[in-house]
Design a binder for this molecule. Structure first.
Ligand SMILES: N[C@@H](CCC(=O)N[C@@H](CS)C(=O)NCC(=O)O)C(=O)O
Length: 213
């Protein structure tokens, strides 16, 4: 059986959502990033990079959201979660590449400026720049979602990957998301999906357990 190693609320929620969407049995194993469990020897034995998500499959361990999301779409072709060939496939990869590099990358200096530069003043200046970069990326997504329910037309792994970045901007960075009406409507559509609701419930329960431990 597939095992997803994840952290509640982290980017790993995209893979978690897709696992629920494809409906195959899996085990979800949470760790607390706040408590640094990604650096525990047991976890590093699974992913030496000390990051979530990590997907343990019968064929080996997969890391990196783009690879994991692609793999999950491939093992459930009947769900049509990723175009199989040609320009449509390339467009999907374009979205995934943008999300993993530009969009996810926008958050690094906001969550952990100390990893980029020393000194309070320099970190504050870096965060200001990073907020502007994030705002640009949110606007980019918003424009690309105009007139469509889902990023590629039909629901796909791209939509699952769009999910955490909206949540982080709103919940952790205090962005006014009404400035991004198409992305907001997309997020509301995501929240309405039963698979997403199951994941949110599971992650909330895991978060409470991890904090209490
Ligand atoms: N490029 C990786 C990034 C994964 C990543 O940065 N995950 C974060 C959570 S969203 C993490 O595990 N951070 C823990 C740390 O850096 O200590 C991917 O897309 O899978």
């Amino acid at each position: 059986m597939i095992t997803l190693h994840y952290a509640p609320g982290a980017c790993s929620i995209a893979a978690h959502i897709v696992l629920e969407e494809i409906g195959q049995p899996f085990e979800a194993r949470p760790i607390s990033l706040r408590k640094g469990q990604q650096r525990d020897p047991g976890y590093l034995a699974i992913n030496p990079r000390g990051k979530v998500p990590a997907l343990v499959t019968a064929e080996g361990v997969l890391t990196e959201n783009v690879a994991i999301l692609t793999y999950l779409a491939e093992i459930a072709p009947e769900k049509g979660l990723l175009p199989r060939e040609g320009f449509a496939r390339a467009q999907a990869l374009s979205w995934l590449g943008f999300l993993t590099s530009e969009m996810h990358g926008s958050y690094g200096p906001l969550f952990a400026p100390q990893k980029f530069i020393d000194g309070e003043e320099a970190q504050a200046a870096l965060k200001e720049k990073a907020r502007a970069r994030l705002a640009g990326n949110l606007a980019d997504v918003d424009a690309r979602l105009a007139g469509r329910d889902w990023a590629l037309g039909d629901f796909s792994v791209v939509d699952a990957y769009l999910y955490p970045f909206f949540h982080w901007a709103k919940a952790y960075m205090g962005f006014d998301m009404t400035a991004y009406p198409n992305y907001s409507a997309h997020h509301a559509r995501m929240q309405a999906r039963p698979a997403v609701q199951r994941v949110l419930e599971r992650e909330a329960a895991a978060q409470a357990q991890l904090e209490a431990a």
